[in-house]
Design a protein around this ligand. Structure first.
Ligand code: PMP
Length: 404
């Protein structure tokens, strides 16, 4: 198995939980941070903490350079054409809301249609619901098959002249399904609709090239790519970002202010009002550099092996059903056990030092689709090892025995 040495770079992985070595399988909620990322935060606060962009002193210049270096690192990471297309947000949720409040309010009118999918996270449902309610527009939903894939045929039937936006998740946080976004985007563009891709789960697992994908917007969160919480990214095509109205008003997003009128700053600052999350944004570059140094291809193979190993072993457990068996899946597996509530499994596994997520994973409509209250979800990262899956499987056998 590759990547065995990488664990030493994540200090948290050597801690004990309830007297047992931590087995961390909650990576889809948030990934752990390598020492370099933690050091980048400490270094910023210890040596060059300053507000950015406006200062002429050394510290302000150093902080500004580091902050803008992350923008360039993100541009490269997602394959965007220019740094002007990279907007820093709090996370995926804020990035999606930014599009809903700006592009949405400008472009959606009564009778228009927005298409989302049946496997969306609440953060890619609720902003569009709010918008549709306000504008008297309609939300359409791409159905999910029993295997946990999107029905592309049904999607194509939903598309029409009234479709203004398609907003879909790249990798499902509840099922692990990798959606075929290229096909979704091409079909949407044929009817003149724009496409937003929720990349919260894909940025860490897949190679992202927004230009090849040709999506109009792409959103992801720093904390799921081994970076800090509180920083995320909205990529948008330059011509769209230029035309959209501003999001929040305040310092930094302006060119000139009088009581009569305000003119707005150029991209990307137009959408970054106020003092941003400087430290976490700077450390995001360290996280992206770390991923690139390890190698996304290597990580992908490693996680695919973990998924195959976990799936094969989970299938040997009686009364356990895997929810979502798409052909293309990222390193994530969700399951239920007949007659046992997922939460009870999670609590007992925690007693053995195993961190999994249980519940609806912020995808309540998807859980309803499968007729379940929730699942137990094990999601993998570059530092997980097959031995940890053995611990999970043993733990599950014990748990099921205790609960039945
Ligand atoms: N979309 C998906 C698919 C997610 O998994 C998540 C995080 N669970 C989000 C959106 C929201 O991300 P954040 O909470 O970091 O804004």
């Amino acid at each position: 198995m590759v990547l065995t040495d990488i664990r030493q770079q994540f200090p948290i992985l050597s801690r004990m939980v309830k007297g047992k070595p931590l087995v961390y399988f909650d990576n889809a909620a948030t990934s752990q941070k390598p020492q370099q990322v933690i050091d980048a935060l400490t270094h910023y606060y210890s040596f060059y903490n300053a507000n950015i962009h406006r200062g002429i002193h050394t510290l302000a210049e150093e902080a500004t350079m580091a902050y803008e270096a992350t923008r360039e690192a993100v541009r490269d990471f997602v394959g965007a054409d220019a740094t002007e297309e990279i907007i820093f947000t709090k996370g995926t949720t804020e990035a999606i809301n930014l599009v809903a409040y700006t592009w949405g309010r400008q472009n959606i009118t009564a009778g228009d249609e927005i298409i989302i999918s049946g496997m969306e996270h609440h953060s890619n449902i609720v902003p569009w619901q709010i918008l549709c309610e306000e504008k008297k527009a309609f939300l359409k939903v791409i159905p999910v098959t029993d295997e946990g894939e999107l029905s592309i045929e049904a999607y194509k039937e939903l598309l029409g002249s009234k479709t203004k936006l398609v907003a879909v998740v790249h990798v499902s946080n509840s099922l692990g399904t990798i959606n075929h976004v290229n096909e979704i985007i091409t079909a949407a563009h044929l009817v003149g609709a724009k496409v937003l891709i929720d990349g919260a789960q894909s940025a860490v697992h897949l190679d992202i090239d927004v230009q090849k994908m040709d999506c109009d917007f792409f959103a992801f969160s720093g904390h799921k790519v081994y970076g800090p919480t509180g920083v995320g990214v909205l990529y948008g095509k330059r011509e769209l970002l230029e035309d959209m109205p501003v999001f929040q008003g305040g310092g930094e997003m302006i060119k000139d202010v009088t009581f009569e009128q305000t003119t707005y700053n150029d991209l990307p600052y137009k959408y970054e009002a106020g003092t941003p999350n400087i430290a976490d944004t700077i450390a995001l570059k360290t996280a992206l550099d770390f991923i690139t140094a390890v190698g996304k291809d290597k990580i992908r193979v490693h996680e695919a092996n973990l998924l195959a190993y976990a799936t094969a072993h989970l299938k040997t457990i009686p009364d356990l059903s895997i929810i979502g068996e798409a052909k293309d899946k990222a390193g994530l597996v969700s399951f239920v056990v007949k007659g046992i509530h997922p939460q009870d499994i999670g609590v007992l596994l925690d007693n053995m030092g195993i961190a999994v997520r249980t519940g609806h994973h912020c995808t309540q409509p998807l859980m309803k689709r499968f007729g379940i209250p929730g699942t137990v979800r094990a999601s993998f990262a570059m530092y997980n090892q097959p031995e940890e899956i053995d611990v999970l499987i043993t733990g599950l056998h014990k748990t099921i025995k205790m609960l039945t």
